[in-house]
Design a protein around this ligand. Structure first.
Ligand code: ATP
Ligand code: MG
Length: 147
């Protein structure tokens, strides 16, 4: 997973720099999962791009790699605007965007997370969200370990 994150970091760092944001990378040891390298890069590029888009300037995005008995786990945690509890189940729907007026200015389509969820499920993985409005969001992705 480390190689995947490195690639996703490379692809997103120009936008990160524009907002004067930083990565904080927390990897104790690398974890091997069963997956398609390029598809997984797409997943984390999407999640990191969201964290950049929905965070104020001068904040930090923390990237963590962990594991349990079954899964390799990557967390993408930001210090952004957060998502209301009631909205969390809906953000994975196609074309769904929280706060239409504001998000129209940021120019997305609302497809990013629908694609992310589809790709993770194609890997027999899962994604969970923890978020507090005004504090930040943590996206936790679990992908079956390589054995
Ligand atoms: P795009 O298709 O360009 O990715 P998008 O970013 O609006 O457009 P999604 O990535 O699917 O679409 O995200 C859906 C909505 O979930 C976003 O419009 C935003 O309101 C909310 N969201 C996603 N990630 C975050 C985050 N890290 N912090 C706060 N809100 C988020
Ligand atoms: Mg997006």
């Amino acid at each position: 997973l480390q190689e995947v994150l490195i690639r996703a970091v490379e692809l997103t760092s120009p936008r990160l720099d524009e907002k004067n944001m930083q990565f904080n990378v927390d990897i104790v040891r690398d974890v091997m999962v069963m997956g398609d390298f390029n598809r997984l890069i797409q997943v984390f590029t999407n999640l990191i791009t969201n964290s950049i888009t929905y965070s104020p300037e001068d904040t930090t995005i923390t990237l963590r790699i962990k594991e349990n008995n079954e899964y390799g786990i990557i967390e993408v945690e930001d210090q952004g605007m957060g998502i209301e509890k009631g909205e969390i189940p809906r953000i994975f729907e196609r074309f769904y965007r929280v706060d239409k007026a504001r998000s129209r200015n940021s120019g997305g389509t609302g497809l990013g997370l629908a694609i992310v969820k589809h790709l993770i499920e194609a890997h027999n993985g899962k994604i969970t969200v923890e978020s507090t409005v005004g504090v930040g969001t943590c996206m936790k992705v679990s992908i079956p370990l390589y054995k």
